[in-house]
Design a protein around this ligand. Sequence first.
Ligand SMILES: Nc1ncnc2c1ncn2[C@@H]1O[C@H](COP(=O)(O)OP(=O)(O)OP(=O)(O)O)[C@@H](O)[C@H]1O
Ligand SMILES: CC(C)(CO)[C@@H](O)C(=O)NCCC(=O)O
Ligand SMILES: [K+]
Length: 257
Amino acid sequence: MLLTIDVGNTHTVLGTWHDDELTYRWRVRTDASQTADQARIMLNSLFALDGIVPRDVEGVILATVVPALNRLWSKVALDLCGRKALSIDSEMVGSLLNVSTYEGRIGADRIADAVAARAHYGDPVIVVDLGTATNIEVIDTQGRFCGGVIAPGVETSLNALISHTALLPAIEMTDPGTAIGSSTVQAIQVGMMYGEVDRIDGLIRRIWKQLGYQTAVVATGGFGRAIATLSQTVTAVDPDLTLRGLHAIYKAVSPLE
Ligand SMILES: Nc1ncnc2c1ncn2[C@@H]1O[C@H](COP(=O)(O)OP(=O)(O)OP(=O)(O)O)[C@@H](O)[C@H]1O
Ligand SMILES: CC(C)(CO)[C@@H](O)C(=O)NCCC(=O)O
Ligand SMILES: [K+]
């Protein structure tokens, strides 16, 4: 059994794999202040709830975009499962993706997303990951990771709006069904939901124009499904894309004996 861990800025998603099947998936809040022992208790509890024996874990792969939690989860993997975690970092990106036209650093989650998208949808492909940030990864016809876009996520923007205004309430993020909000709540929903969809569609069209061709576009992250339903450019939704990428990378780099 393989354990894949995706530590995002807001949530940490963990999944277990039997061969190529994602068998369990848990989503917990990312807490940079917790200790390795606290995280170990939590993982042990999740395992227990689903009848998993920690020592049955044969491998652990970790993608974290919160550097402080890298060591913590590596320690948890070792203490609970007796396994040394394989941690995705910027340095190994060259062995996982063709970055010949890209210079910057790349978050571990973006590497995993790009690897999974190539494996499942082929080249060229674009990923839209809607989490704390809305980030886009672009893979061209030659399979090169060209870079992409990083923007505030839907909930991140909403929280900024609410906390910087005196009269605006917290709202539920649902499709308002109208482009002209007829209440405060609806007006915010139009701004957030359609604003995000139009931002994504506009960015994708701009990227397609620059590439000179259209691509498959796969959406992932919490708002992936909601946005994909409304979008004119997103062609697929895969809530488990990041974990799938970790699974693929583990298999490529360090096959289970
Ligand atoms: N299963 C779900 N159903 C509906 N909405 C969801 C679901 N999961 C997440 N969301 C919403 O989508 C938002 C983004 O979720 P996602 O898990 O992709 O990102 P995150 O965990 O908040 O960010 P990060 O991955 O950067 O930590 C969440 O803040 C939540 O409001
Ligand atoms: C963009 C986020 C925050 C998305 O989780 C993460 O991938 C990150 O911190 N990346 C580092 C910078 C980069 O990817 O270019
Ligand atoms: K994520």
